[in-house]
Design a binder for this molecule. Structure first.
Ligand SMILES: C[S@@+](CC[C@H](N)C(=O)[O-])C[C@H]1O[C@@H](n2cnc3c(N)ncnc32)[C@H](O)[C@@H]1O
Length: 374
């Protein structure tokens, strides 16, 4: 059973669910930052078809506003939006992925301030090029997630900025595009990976885009060299580091990179093309909610450093959701290696699907869990 909740807005009341669905979900599908944005948009009597929405979470803004487009990096958001549009008999909002730039010029931008500052700056820099003078950006976030530099960042890229009233622990800002030239910022970071003897890049919203994550490093150190798999899936791949190192070591012949973030998958594609141009035929990419819609042959090996946040809160639900998809995509005898913070216990949930599950290695911060399909 999932909890459906009714969201009362100036545009009507809507039934909204989070995605992925979760019994007794601890989050509701909107927050008071959404409410501030909707109240201000309504006060300005802006027409939906002239509005560009950015970083909606579960579709609360788009379902209410029916904007010209949603600009997002997240496939999970797109899935949530489609479900909530259907439930409320609303037309489908056009989606512009984060790696593209919006092409229609909006009269008003309604933006949820993202968690990653680099994504925020990347988006503002693109908006500064797109927006005519005097166009307003309404931006909002929850107080506890906002940097004290939010207004300064808006001012830096867009123009004169006002910090408006707060309400229910959320804050609204408005910035008006001025006549200055747009400041460039593409947010891509690069680091040198010794294990690949190459540089790897990560676009603005990619996890650990400027350094090797320490959990990932631990998994790479402990991973047996002998796997010799036909196909390996790098599940929740980020910039693709696990799959790329596995390919370099000859652990697998074919690699499938999978992530829900469009920027993550693009980064993995750029890195694979740069480091292994001769292996293009053996490398593929899957954008989606884990392996839910993946239809290719089962693999021999899956590596995963799962997400450990639900929005801004540390939570193992997103990881369990991903790992519950794995056994179906492994051949009999197929193996899964998961690295996770010690306080996140995936052993119990993996026992449900796998014949053999054990702690394979640990250090002061991380466990590596090994699971093998019967
Ligand atoms: C902890 S990061 C690991 C990234 C990379 N494997 C590494 O080791 O640096 C987790 C990744 O999970 C992705 N992710 C979160 N939920 C997902 C889902 N439902 N399906 C696919 N990927 C997901 C995030 O976009 C992020 O790239």
């Amino acid at each position: 059973m999932t909890t459906t909740a009714h969201y009362q807005t100036p545009y009507g009341a809507f039934q909204l669910n989070c995605y992925p669905p979760r019994p007794d979900h601890p989050l509701i599908a909107w927050c008071s930052a959404d409410s501030l944005l909707l109240a201000e948009t309504h006060r300005r009597q802006a027409s939906g078809s002239k509005i560009l929405v950015i970083n909606d979470t579960y579709g609360a803004l788009c379902v209410a506003l029916q904007p010209q487009a949603l600009w997002t990096d997240s496939t999970l958001t797109a899935l949530a939006l489609r479900k909530n549009e259907r439930a409320n008999r609303r037309p489908q909002t056009r989606i512009v992925w984060s790696t593209e730039e919006p092409y229609d010029t909006p009269e008003l931008v309604v933006l949820r301030i993202p968690k990653q500052r680099s994504l925020f700056e990347y988006q503002l820099s693109a908006l500064a090029r797109l927006l005519p003078q005097r166009t307003t950006i309404l931006a909002a976030g929850m107080d506890k997630h906002l940097s004290r530099h939010t207004a300064a960042i808006l001012e830096h890229y867009i123009g004169p900025t006002q910090r408006h009233r707060g309400q229910r622990k959320a804050r609204l800002f408005s910035a008006v595009r001025d006549e200055r030239c747009a400041r460039e910022y593409n947010g891509t970071a690069t680091y040198h990976c010794e294990k690949l003897n190459a540089d790897v890049c990560g676009l603005a919203n990619v996890y650990s885009r400027d350094k090797l994550d320490i959990g990932t490093r631990f998994l790479l150190e402990e991973l047996p060299e002998s796997a010799n798999a036909e196909t390996l899936i790098d599940l929740a791949c980020g910039n693709g580091i696990l799959g790329l190192v596995a390919l370099k070591r000859g652990i697998a012949k074919n690699i499938v990179f999978c992530d829900e973030s469009v920027m993550a998958l693009r980064s993995a594609r750029l890195n694979a093309g740069q480091i292994f141009p001769q292996e293009a035929e053996n490398i593929s990419f899957h954008l989606g909610d884990g392996l839910l819609e993946y239809r290719k042959k089962p693999a021999q090996l899956i590596l995963c450093n799962p997400p450990f946040h639900l929005q801004h809160t540390i939570d193992d639900f997103a990881g369990r959701h991903l790992l519950s998809q794995c056994s179906k995509h492994l051949q009999p005898g197929g193996q899964l290696y998961v690295v996770a913070n010690r306080h996140l216990d995936y052993v119990r949930s993996l026992r449900h699907d796998f014949g053999r599950v054990e702690k394979f290695a640990c250090n002061a911060k991380f466990n590596i869990v090994f699971a093998q399909k019967a």
